[in-house]
Write a protein that binds this ligand. Sequence first.
Ligand SMILES: Nc1nc2c(c(=O)[nH]1)N[C@H]1C(S)=C(S)[C@@H](COP(=O)(O)O)O[C@H]1N2
Ligand SMILES: [Mo]
Length: 362
Amino acid sequence: MWDKRGDMIVRNPSPFNAEPPAAVLAEGEITSIDAFYTRNHGSFPDIASAEWSLRVDGLVDSPLRLSYDELTTRFAAESLVATLACAGNRRAELLQVRPIPEKEPWAHGAISTAQWRGARLSDVLRAAGVRQSDGLHVAFTAPDVAPEARPVQSYGSSIPLSKAMSSEVLLAWEMNGEPLPRIHGGPVRVVVPGYIGARSVKWISGITVQSDPSENYFQALDYRILPAEADPDTVLPGEGIPMSSLPLNCDILVPGEGAEIPAGPLTVRGWALAGDGRDISRVDVSLDGGRTWRQAALEPAANPWTWRMWSLTVDVTPGPLHMTARAWDDTGVTHPESAASLWNPRGYANNAWAHVSASVAD
Ligand SMILES: Nc1nc2c(c(=O)[nH]1)N[C@H]1C(S)=C(S)[C@@H](COP(=O)(O)O)O[C@H]1N2
Ligand SMILES: [Mo]
């Protein structure tokens, strides 16, 4: 479906939500389009480039309306490799702690990396004469209607103006050298590297500079870390911690959960990603539940906005195999040990140590 690989794990056929098997992500730093996870809150619009336009308004001196041709020719095109990660990636592990109703049980695959090409959002905001005072926000609107929102409304969110003016934030019309596919937000989407995927609004139709964060359901109510005891059905707008920067995290991609492996040398592979623009300094792997650790080899990253792939070759002997991994960033910080310690009612931001179990054959 939707030009994706046949082995995608479909979490919801409509709206279409799917993740690739973990091992596919380990094939390289850049994920091919047919394997790239996709997260949709409603049925997605079909907008021809010639029909698309973008409105830029709010606290700007000269509001703009840009056609696709204007956006792609008036502004310098930048290319950037960046990882998109859904805030709900690794929710499956949180579900083992306590139930989380009505949310996709993402396993290891709601994260992928592409080479994006587009205009810098900051260039477009400057062309509109953005007022650059402290504490402003940039709100994004899109045409796709999300039935799960209360009240039902189209998708939207916002980011601080300070992030919007950073050079890594793009209005992208290309993905891995191809015109941005419809399912990934074509003709044009926002790409906010270092932030949860929810802020990278697809099929972008409007950009408003304003004094407060967006009042859209997906900014004011969803994508928040609620206290463990809160009832997500009765929380009020603004409750909980709104998510923006991705937390330091890592995962094991190979071998997969439940794999049967021959005895002998085994290469364990995975990814690590530090928060908003920081670097990964080290990844540790344990085969004894965290009593002893060995350091994985880190692949270089294209830039601070992408995951770093890591690998470690170990010798495995017959019996059950429990693999654990944890990452450290360049400020010397690592992440929490257990998913139970960070469980939250909507199942976001699981950045507990990675755990995968397999078995080694005799
Ligand atoms: N318009 C719109 N933008 C959206 C969404 C959406 O449902 N509608 N989903 C968001 C979420 S939660 C994520 S994780 C990313 C997923 O992008 P992808 O489908 O290209 O992987 O898009 C974000 N942008
Ligand atoms: Mo997401």
